[in-house]
Ligand binder design. Structure first.
Ligand code: FAD
Ligand code: DHB
Length: 389
């Protein structure tokens, strides 16, 4: 055996797993296909649930997060030209979210791993995994071999780990949405203290941020949209139209766009999340549409369960945590799938059907008027605790 746990992928799931296992004295090797530079600059999510912040804080990798992260206690839902605040913390027992870029979490975890002297190999793509024997082939043409007691497939949606499970041992549930998100990062001060989720007849728009002078905005586009068809002026114009308030009192601050990309919207679950010596975590096992801001948080939740299971396994050969890993994770995965699907269906322009649009407006009205409905949104958005799911 070369290592106790072979971790494939240095995204949030793989890096946090390595960090948690390292603290328990469990030996692991992380293999990442891309360069350090690439993974540290890959712009993705930005909303951390309370539970995600707590685990990073408790395990000593949140110094910068505590300094630079922005704690938010509410969000705005905007529709029909009016804004409505959902008071997340009041409705969800004081819990809050923190806005802090995913790539910042990744940088912090890479630094912690390298400081601890743990093996983390960049530009070392896994090419093949033997789930029964716990062997990972990697490197140029699969020239190297890593033998592991357990392999953690944390290699995202397009990785190789899920494909290492025989097709007849895996059930896949999937839904593709007829739209995507065009996301930008811009040098502009946030136009609001809190995130704004906007439902508009021309489509969904979201105003988010990264710091006092960087904003992150998203808007719904067609799935096959060419990013080149969207020069910056057109992006701003469309965002301004969708986010406008009826009384004319709102304008988005504009600035230089320094990052833009299009992300597809998909729901996906592969069950079970373990086969033989291979366990799957994060996007390797499931994808949610981004409207609920859950992808990263779900990856973190999987890894918390997995780290506990592995620690019992290596400390006293107790396999019960590994045996129940998939079942325990999938309860949360399906709760989050439902929430993400619900937020997506409520806020986007769907087929353009008028009946559907009326139902969406009714649902939005209900969420902002009923404390019970708002509480449902709030407690899911800030994140249900592991024991509650
Ligand atoms: P990843 O972050 O995908 O990490 C997997 C890692 O494995 C990567 O570093 C990859 O390079 C590596 N890898 C892949 N194949 C191999 C291999 N063969 N060998 C070794 N390494 C390999 N969520 C939100 O909540 N809000 C958002 O706005 C949002 N935007 C997104 C935009 C995009 C374009 C994408 C793809 C996702 C977005 N998400 C968003 C989802 C969120 O970022 C993911 O849920 C989160 O990154 C999951 O973490 P992970 O560690 O499981 O997977
Ligand atoms: C961000 C991303 C999301 O998917 C979301 O729902 C809210 C905010 C962000 O990148 O800031």
């Amino acid at each position: 055996m070369d290592t106790q746990v072979g971790i494939v992928g240095a995204g949030p799931a793989g890096l946090l797993l390595a960090h948690l296992l390292g603290r328990e004295g469990i030996d692991c090797v992380v293999l990442e296909a891309r360069s350090r530079e690439y993974v540290e600059h890959r712009v993705r999510a930005g909303v951390l649930e309370q539970g995600t912040v707590d685990v990073l804080t408790r395990t000593g990798v949140a110094d910068r997060l505590q300094r630079e992260g922005m704690v938010h206690r509410g969000i705005e839902l905007r529709f029909g030209g009016e804004g409505h605040r959902v008071a997340l913390s009041d409705l969800a027992g004081g819990r809050a979210i923190t806005v802090y870029g995913q790539q910042e979490v990744v940088k912090d975890l890479i630094a912690a791993r390298l400081d601890a002297g743990g093996p983390l190999e960049f530009e070392a793509p896994a090419t093949e995994i033997d789930a029964e024997r716990g062997v990972v082939r990697y490197g140029d043409g699969g020239s190297d071999e890593l033998r592991c007691a357990i392999v953690a497939g944390c290699d995202g949606f397009h990785g190789v780990a899920r494909a290492a499970v025989p097709a007849d041992a895996l059930t896949v549930y999937e839904r593709e949405y007829p739209f995507a998100w065009l996301g930008i990062l811009a040098r502009a001060a946030p136009s609001s203290e809190e995130l704004i989720y906007t439902h508009h007849e021309r489509g969904f728009a979201l105003h988010s941020m990264r710091s006092a002078d960087v904003t992150r905005n998203y808007r719904q586009v067609a799935p096959g949209e060419d990013i080149e068809a969207w020069p910056d002026e057109r992006i701003w114009e469309e965002l301004q139209t969708r986010m406008a308030l009826a009384d004319g009192s709102f304008a988005l601050n504009e600035g230089e766009v320094f990052e833009k990309g299009i992300a597809p919207m998909r729901s996906f679950v592969a069950e079970p999340m373990r086969h033989g010596r291979l366990v799957l975590a994060g996007d390797a096992a499931h994808i949610v549409p981004a409207t609920g801001a859950k992808g990263l948080n779900l990856a973190v939740a999987d890894v918390r369960v997995l780290a506990r299971a592995l620690s019992a396994y290596f400390a006293h050969g107790d396999e019960s945590g590994l045996d129940t890993y998939s079942e325990r994770c999938l309860r949360r995965v399906w709760r989050v799938q439902h929430f993400s699907w619900w937020m997506t269906a409520m806020l986007h322009r769907l087929t353009g059907d008028a009946f559907e649009a009326r139902l969406q407006r009714s649902q939005l009205d209900y969420v902002v008027r009923s404390r019970a409905a708002a509480t449902t949104l709030a407690e899911n958005y800030v994140g249900l605790e592991l024991e509650d799911v």
